[in-house]
Design a protein around this ligand. Structure first.
Ligand code: ZN
Length: 169
């Protein structure tokens, strides 16, 4: 009689153990599927742009393209060696209704404000610092509404050569 009970009890214990194992395995198989959903990459959200200006009064880009809704991280590098008082460069993004020549002419008399004319502030969406040779500046801003904009250097006389299109797609 005693042996019969022991065998029965052992059989119950094994059977219970097996059921628990199966339940655990089912949970493990089911869980990772939802966790695998891909996260959006930052590449779609941030447009990193680098543009240079040199001692020959030129940018290395005449066109910059970004996408609507992106954050723009723009770096201007002055790759020349001349001082900012004689070959200063900045990067200024103008509103679509701005007249580049008018901004350029007003900027020429704004030496005390890094050549950013206060009376044209509403025509300038964003701008970097004025840089001399070897310097760089990075700015971050939200891409404006889709369209074509003008960018320029506001140092006196530079906009004739130093300008380009900033296109938001
Ligand atoms: Zn310049």
């Amino acid at each position: 009689m005693n042996k019969m009970i022991l065998v029965f009890a052992a059989a119950l214990a094994i059977s219970c153990g097996d059921n628990k194992k199966e339940e655990k395995n089912e949970l493990k198989i089911g869980a990772p599927v939802e966790e695998a959903a891909p996260a959006q990459t930052t590449d779609d959200k941030v447009a990193e742009v680098t543009i240079t200006g040199n001692d020959q009064m030129k940018y290395d880009k005449s066109e910059i393209r970004v996408k609507a809704g992106q954050k723009v991280k723009l770096t201007l590098k002055h790759v020349g060696t001349m001082d900012k008082t004689v070959m200063g460069h900045n990067w200024a993004l103008l509103t679509q209704d701005a007249d580049m020549a008018a901004v350029g002419q007003a900027a020429a008399s704004a030496a005390d404000n890094d050549y950013i004319p206060a009376d044209m502030a509403d025509k300038i969406i964003v701008h970097t610092k004025m840089l001399g040779g070897g310097e760089s500046d990075t700015i971050e801003f939200d891409a404006p509404a889709p369209g074509t904009y003008t960018f320029m250097c506001t140092f006196p006389g530079h906009y004739a050569l130093m300008h380009g299109k900033f296109i938001v797609e």
